[in-house]
Design a protein around this ligand. Structure first.
Ligand code: GDG
Length: 495
């Protein structure tokens, strides 16, 4: 099993003499003013949860957009702060953006254009020139911040995260295009890459691809995303692609593309799930309306239209209709962390989720029992693990998802091996987690039946499946993901 030590070792071997810089839009630690003084919080979201353990293991600098109202007061004159605050292991370099810049870059092009373009969920991407200009401008801000961080370095390795930063790699390479400094860069794209016939609709498709091809290595969760990307490069930029080696010749180099399914820190989640604080939360989770119910279903999501929350509720409705013996016995707890609420489609989704839950509750409720409990807001980690451990079934019903870390966290937290994972076949995680009950979330009938199948499953069958899932996530943990990525970077850095 891979550990932080293995990551440290591979970074030392493959990137010896290189300054390690990681760049993402979202920062891993946010300073906020609270009535009790300034507090440092961690955001909800898969990316930062996955990469913080890596940075803690290998040090270096993480460049990211400052987002907390106390962030500016908590940096030095180079906009740096050491994190985690209670046990500093690496440097966080903050990049500042005004509200207008964030609106165009983050809420605009990143999340109304690229997010919908890359997810096959039939939400039309917004093609707006001012979003595009804002995206380019903010990518430049990140590129400048990185250039400042590496100005005294001979060699630097820069690892870009996600779809917010497609243009920064080319900008940095251009600004540092002299013999004195060697830059190796890699990009991990945390969401799917769409097929050519979809991607070609983007008016700036060419610039996005060229920005990314400045990297030495580009990673996706699934092989299918790699092939989609290469096919876009081949058809839009007219470049020769080697589908066997997953590489493309560009600018007198070879750029490699590879799949690296992301994961979690299995051991940490599994150990924390046994804490006394979590046991306390389990009691509360079993009795969501103050009464202990026989069956508890759980969903944990950033509120996003790709996560299939409405489809999940519709399936619960059909399940209760078709299998009435579960009425009064089954409660589904949905923990939804609000996200991107400044975007109209996200704000209206929240209303729709509330409305759908309310309608279903009205339809079935008797006495004190209501089938859906919708908790809005970010849960504490103890609450989250308490829910995971209590769940008889955890439902992940993404309509399309790069990976989905909730599925893996649920498995790691399921130390009693009593839960079942009901997983959408359209989440990247379904490729690895074969012992889950897999559904098409658009097929409400099949979905309703799958909830019944999950709850009816014998104790032995559940245990057998959960053991296999736990072994798989334990083996393929976050450290293996990083190890494989860095190892591959080392292999391809010569082009
Ligand atoms: C992108 C890709 C890919 C959620 N609610 C609470 C909470 N969370 C945490 C979960 C989990 C994370 O947020 C969500 O991770 P996902 O992987 O589901 O999703 P995205 O944010 O869409 O991430 C995704 C990921 O990048 C990594 O590559 O898997 O496909 O879309 O860690 O636990 N955490 C707490 N309270 C909550 O209420 N504490």
């Amino acid at each position: 099993m891979y550990s932080a030590e293995d990551v440290k070792k591979i970074v030392k071997i493959k990137l010896k003499g290189y300054k390690f810089v990681l760049v993402s839009n979202r920062e891993p630690y946010i300073h906020m003013h609270t009535p009790g003084g300034v507090k440092c919080k961690t955001p909800a979201g898969g990316l930062t949860a996955a990469l913080d353990p890596l940075m803690q293991a290998c040090g270096g600098t993480w460049g990211a957009g400052g987002s907390g109202d106390a962030d500016r007061e908590n940096v030095d004159k180079h906009n740096r702060t050491r994190v985690p605050p209670d046990k500093p292991e690496y440097t966080l370099k903050r990049v500042w953006m005004s509200k207008d810049e964030v609106d165009k870059f983050y809420f605009g092009f990143s999340n109304q254009t690229l997010w919908s373009l890359c997810h096959n969920v039939f939400e039309k991407p917004v093609y707006n020139k001012s979003f595009w200009n804002g995206y380019r401008h903010s990518n430049k801000l990140f590129a400048n911040a990185v250039t400042e961080e590496i100005k005294n370095e001979k060699n630097a390795f820069i690892w870009f995260q996600d779809y917010h930063l497609a243009l920064a790699p080319k900008m940095i390479k251009k600004a540092n295009n002299h013999k004195k400094r060697k830059i190796v860069s890699a990009h991990f794209w945390h969401i799917p890459w769409p097929p050519y016939l979809v991607f070609r609709t983007c008016p700036w498709a060419k610039e996005i691809l060229e920005g990314m091809l400045a990297n030495n290595l580009i990673g996706f969760h699934l092989k299918e995303h790699c092939v989609n990307f290469l096919s876009c490069v081949e058809k839009i930029l007219d470049l020769p692609v080697d589908y066997k080696k997953l590489a493309v010749a560009y600018d007198e180099r070879r750029v490699f593309v590879k799949n690296f399914p992301i994961s979690i820190d299995f051991d940490v989640v599994s150990t924390l799930a046994k804490k006394p604080g979590v046991k306390k939360e389990m009691k509360k989770a079993r009795s969501p309306n103050k009464i202990p119910y026989k069956y508890i279903g759980v969903g944990v999501d950033r509120i996003d239209y790709t996560k299939g929350i409405i489809e999940r509720f519709k399936a619960i409705d059909r399940f209760l209709e078709k299998y009435p013996e579960y009425q009064n016995n089954f409660v589904f707890v949905e923990a939804g962390a609000p996200s991107r609420t400044r975007i109209p489609s996200y704000a209206s989704l929240n209303d729709e989720i509330e409305k759908t839950a309310e309608e279903i509750n009205w339809k079935y409720q008797t006495g004190y029992w209501k089938p859906i409990k919708y908790i809005q807001g970010k849960l504490s980690y103890d609450e989250l693990l308490g829910l995971y451990r209590t769940a008889d079934v955890c439902i992940v019903s993404s309509l399309h998802d790069g990976m989905n870390l909730v599925a893996k966290e649920f498995i790691a937290a399921n130390v009693d091996r009593t839960g079942i994972l009901l997983l959408s076949g359209f989440a990247g995680a379904a490729e690895e987690l074969r012992e889950a009950v897999i559904v098409n979330p658009f097929d409400i009938e099949e979905f309703a039946d799958a909830i019944n199948t999950s709850l009816k499953m014998s104790r032995d069958e559940k245990k057998k499946r959960m053991n296999a899932l736990r072994n798989s996530v334990k083996e393929n943990n976050i450290y293996k993901w990083v190890y494989d990525f860095i190892n591959e970077t080392g292999r391809v850095m010569k082009g």
